[in-house]
Design a protein around this ligand. Sequence first.
Ligand SMILES: [Zn+2]
Length: 349
Amino acid sequence: MLIVHGTAHRLHDPSSAMARAGHPPNFDLPDRVDVVLDALHASGAHQLRPAGDVGLAPIARVHRSDYLNFLQTAWERWPNDRNVELVLPQFWPVLGSPAGGMPARCPDSVVAQLGWFAGDAIAPLMAGTWSAAYESAQVALSAQRAMADGARSALALCRPPGHHAGTERLAGYCYLNNAAIAAQAFIDSGMRRVAVLDVDYHHGNGTQEIFYERDDVLVCSVHADPAEDYPYFVGHADETGAGPGEGFNLNCPLPAGSDWPAWRAAMEMCCRRIDAFAPQALVVSLGVDTHRDDPSGTFKLDSSHYVLMGRRLAELGLPTLFVLEGGYALEVLGVNVANALAGFEEGAA
Ligand SMILES: [Zn+2]
C-alpha cells in the first residue's frame, strides 16, 4: 500500500512541556509516527512517499479563513515572552451552553481568540504547531491525490490527528481535520458521494460538525459513549444529521470496556449503511486507541482484531484512504496499524 508521511510534525511536541506545567498527560508524541513507519518497514509490503504541498486552497474548503488566519499567526502575536513553550486557552465565550446565549463576537486579543477557536484545553499551541498541522493536512491531500490518480488505497500517516477539529475549532490534539479535508478533495475531484468511517475510540465531533448538513458525505462512527468519555458533549446515537444531511450521520456509541464482539457488531452497522449509500470512495479515520493497552481508552480490542477490521473494510470494495487519528500505546501502535492494512490487502486481493 502507498504510505504518505512527513517530518514537520516533530515541530509540534507538547508532551513534556505539558507535563512540566502540571497539565494532564498529552499522548500525541512524535514517536507515534516512527513506530508506525518501523512496523510498516518490517512488513516490507509498502511503498513510502513523502508528502507534497498542494497549498492552502483545499484546506480552506473545510476550515473558515478567519480560523486559518488565527492558526497561522497566533504564536507570533502571543503577548508573552518567548520563553513560553506552549499556550492554552483561558477564556471561553460559552456559546451554546446553558449559561450562554448572549451575543458574543470574536475579539481582537489573540489571548481571547484562542478561547474563541478552542473546544477544550488539550490542543496546545506551540511555535511549530501550524507547520505540523499544515503538513499533516498535506499528508492526507497527497494520499488523496495519489488515489485520484488511480491508487486503490493509501495510508496518510497524519500527525497531529484531525477528527476533533471543526470548521473553526481546535480540540482534542487536533487543529486541521485531515480526513474531512481529504473527503472534500474527493468531492471536489468530481465524486458525488464519499463516506467517512471513523473507527477511533473517541467520537469524531469535528468531522460530524463539518458534514452534518450535507447529503454528499456520509459520516459513520463507532466510539465510546460521550456520556462517559471524550468529547463528552457530542456523539450520541440520535444525532443523525440536519437539513439536507438528515440521515447521513450514523453514530454507534458503545459503553466503556466494550470488547471485540460489541465493537464488530457496531462496525457492521456502519458497513451496511455505507453499502446502502454506495459511495465512490471511503475515508477511514483510523484510530487504534481502541486497543486494550491504550492509555486514552477503555475498549478491549487485541492486535489481531485490526486484521479482521481491515478485511471487513476491504469487503466494501471501495477505493479506501486510511487517515491516521489516535492510538497512543507506543508498544502496539505500529503493529495495530500494520495489521489493519494487512487485513485490508488480504481482503482486497
Ligand atoms: Zn482517539
